[in-house]
Design a protein around this ligand. Structure first.
Ligand SMILES: Cc1cc2nc3c(=O)[nH]c(=O)nc-3n(C[C@H](O)[C@H](O)[C@H](O)COP(=O)(O)OP(=O)(O)OC[C@H]3O[C@@H](n4cnc5c(N)ncnc54)[C@H](O)[C@@H]3O)c2cc1C
Length: 385
């Protein structure tokens, strides 16, 4: 649903010029420094980009799902570090509070997240809880008006710089799987909370990811999201259903950018006395990439509109994430091919970096295999099987 077409167009035009004029020229510096420069983070704050999905009542823009995915497709036509810097606040880092927080909790944290003063993250994954996300071993034991958390979280995006952590922990002894899990907000500086050093990764330099440790970490009972024990997994599922559409959009932007770069290159690069874009085998790669980008965009918009109408998008969101992340990988591969040797050499083109950056999309927030299983399970259920 688009509420005000002109306002949205203005926002998209602003994102477009920011991405092209400010971000593209510094992408290789971000990769080299493994950091988004402080002045860029300040500019993102001033522009209100941290608050896209946070409701207006709590200081954000309160974008609808359709508006959010359109903005995300624009912002992500860039190296992934840009959208990863704001992306936890506009997605998994704030959404549990938006979906299930009490009004008091929302008032306390969301306005500062919307202004980018606080960076959020979601700490669900653990060493033994990856695809089996509900196999959470982190415990939270009630002691008076506090809970005491113990455990270890793995692969947490933005953990090294996050100020607040949405943490899923087991509050009920003897439970397994999705039962007995509770969602908490844990603030940086809480004694017993520690983050590890940022990992060395294949790609996405400038987007820090690390372990998070809880050692007798005392968290006020008032920080239980929604004030309700035992419903943490349901909260996470709400977060992920929306996030899958958001992430699918964030896979589509880099594919658009890589195809743009490949077209620019193939129209300039001459072999056999003509631009290589004249060769039909190269044109097939352009056509396949553009077609798949269009398919992803269409699916995402359709599913986003359905979510805005209040429909259940569990299956379509899964389809969008699965298709868009795989599509982006295929476009990245073709882009390297269209660049020839220059696609493999970082000194000659940014495509080598994009190729590494986008590989992660097929792994996180549900691997492709997990989405295949989820889609099949829901389809079979429709058929009563
Ligand atoms: C850089 C990075 C950032 C991340 N950010 C976050 C974050 O911010 N917050 C967070 O909570 N998590 C985050 N994650 C975790 C991410 O969501 C998990 O890595 C992902 O869910 C896969 O889990 P795993 O790595 O344990 O792989 P595994 O579950 O060990 O899977 C290994 C392989 O087995 C396959 N497999 C597993 N089970 C099945 C099955 N039943 N059927 C078929 N195949 C199967 C998988 O598809 C995969 O190919 C991040 C991960 C990375 C690498």
């Amino acid at each position: 649903m688009i509420r005000d077409a002109q306002r949205l167009q203005d926002l998209i035009a602003d994102i477009r010029s920011f991405v092209r004029e400010t971000w593209h020229p510094i992408e290789s510096r971000v990769e080299h420094d493994d950091e988004v420069p402080a002045e860029i983070v300040d500019e993102l704050r001033r522009k209100g980009y941290f608050g896209w999905s946070i409701p207006g009542a709590y200081g954000g823009l309160g974008l609808t799902t359709e508006e959010l995915v359109l903005c995300a497709m624009e912002l992500s036509q860039a190296s992934v570090a840009l959208r990863a810097r704001v992306g936890t606040n506009t997605g998994i880092g704030s959404e549990a509070l938006v979906a299930d927080g009490t009004d008091e909790q929302k008032q306390r944290w969301l306005p500062r997240m919307a202004r980018g003063e606080l960076t959020g993250c979601l700490a669900l994954t653990e060493p033994d809880a990856g695809s089996e996300a509900s196999n959470v071993k982190t415990t939270a034991r009630r002691e008076g008006d506090h809970y005491v958390l113990n455990g270890e979280k793995r692969f947490i995006t933005n953990a090294p710089l996050a100020d607040i952590f949405t943490v899923i922990a087991r509050t009920e002894d003897g439970t397994q799987g999705s039962k007995g899990l509770t969602a908490f907000i844990v603030e940086r500086g809480t004694p017993g909370l520690r983050t590890g050093p940022a990992y060395r990764k294949m790609g996405q330099a400038g987007s820090p990811v690390s372990d998070v440790y809880f050692e007798d970490c005392k968290v006020p009972a008032a920080n239980v999201i929604g004030g309700k024990e035992g419903v943490g997994f349901q909260t996470v599922m709400k977060v992920l259903n929306k996030q899958r559409l958001h992430l699918a959009a964030l896979c589509t932007g880099p594919a658009i950018r890589m195809l743009d770069l490949a077209i620019e290159h193939t129209t300039r690069r001459n072999q056999f006395g003509q631009a290589v874009s004249n060769f039909q085998l190269v044109q097939a790669m352009i056509a396949d990439s553009r077609t798949e980008i269009f398919a992803a965009r269409s699916m995402i918009l359709e599913a986003a509109r359905a979510r805005d109408r209040g429909e259940d998008v569990a299956m379509t969101a899964s389809m969008c994430k699965y298709f868009a992340s795989e599509m982006c990988g295929r476009v990245a591969d073709r882009a390297v091919q269209m660049f020839g040797g220059s696609g493999y050499v970082a000194d000659f083109s940014p495509i080598e970096r994009y190729y590494r950056d986008v590989r992660l999309f097929r792994l996180y927030e549900g691997t492709s295999q997990i989405h295949q299983l989820n889609i099949a399970k829901l389809v079979l259920k429709e058929h009563g099987a």
